[in-house]
Design a protein around this ligand. Structure first.
Ligand code: PLP
Length: 214
């Protein structure tokens, strides 16, 4: 039951002793409609999705029923999905290149939509992984600022099979350096470490919903 999983997660957060615990983003990708409705009935209102099209299927109709929903895009954004993403999401966490900033700025202006953005940082410098190289963060932040994008934070997905704590500490240091208040880091297996490292948003899928079905 999602409610039991939620209580377990909340107890773990409480046990950290952190004064302002992070916002839990319930990652509903690849979950059934029943599971999503169950999560809503537990009072959860902040959800994350990693694919625009699937997110539309999950949330377009539900949005009308739950006006207080807050939807976060946490997966890579392709150029042909930018308009749909700006229409649906409240927060887009995965800015990872300059060309995407141009397109987002154009679309935000066109739709007059109030969205906040995070820059995804490739803290492990993995060649196959999305995210900006930490050395390019300064440049991309200035670029986004010039385009009037409301960048409020950073997000990372650390390398698998590596201790994640050093990546979280590094991301926190970068956010402090650039005066960004939000830090999206930590998933089912490491949200406690992330919380202790200063996460403001944790993205939790399987330990809340159970295994993904699709
Ligand atoms: C799927 C996903 C999550 C959730 O992962 P779990 O391990 O199931 O909690 C978090 N962040 C991103 C970017 C994801 O794609």
């Amino acid at each position: 039951m999602i409610i039991d999983n939620l209580k377990t997660i909340q107890a773990a957060l409480k046990k950290t002793g952190v004064k302002n615990p992070p916002q839990l983003i319930a990652v509903s990708k690849q979950q059934s409609d029943e599971a999503i409705d169950e999560a809503l009935s537990c009072g959860l209102r902040v959800f994350g999705e990693n694919r625009v099209q699937e997110a539309e299927q999950h949330w377009t109709a539900r949005r009308a029923l739950y006006p207080e929903l807050q939807l976060h895009l946490i997966g890579p954004l392709q150029r042909n999905k930018v308009a749909a993403a700006v229409r649906l999401f409240d927060v887009i966490q995965t800015i990872d290149r300059v060309s995407l900033i141009d397109e987002l700025a154009h679309e935000v202006e066109k739709q007059q939509k109030n969205i906040s953005f995070f820059i995804q940082v490739n803290t492990g410098n993995e060649p196959q992984k999305a995210g900006v190289d930490p050395a390019q963060l300064h440049e991309i932040l200035s670029y986004a600022k010039n385009k009037n994008l409301n960048v409020t934070g950073l997000m990372c997905i650390p390398p698998v099979n590596e201790a994640t704590g050093i990546h979280f500490t590094f991301l926190k240091k970068l956010a402090d350096r650039y005066g960004l208040k939000n830090l999206s880091m930590g998933m089912s297996d490491d949200f406690v470490t992330a919380t202790l490292s200063g996460a403001t948003h944790i993205r939790i899928g399987s330990s809340l919903f159970g295994a993904r079905i699709i």
